[in-house]
Design a protein around this ligand. Sequence first.
Ligand SMILES: [Zn+2]
Length: 64
Amino acid sequence: MTNYDQKSEKYETISIESKIREGVFHKVVKDLETGKAVSCSCKCWSKGNKPCFGMKTVGFSELN
Ligand SMILES: [Zn+2]
């Protein structure tokens, strides 16, 4: 039995450095309920609507 602190936050933001551009970070938003990435700050997602390297690293379900 483990007690977890119940936080009201459902999402966690994880910064992952880009492999392509040093110093550029993907700010991936992770849904803590599903454990999957739901959004990212980068252009791949925000403009192209494609899961990026960062999102795939966190975990992304491509079931669209
Ligand atoms: Zn990204």
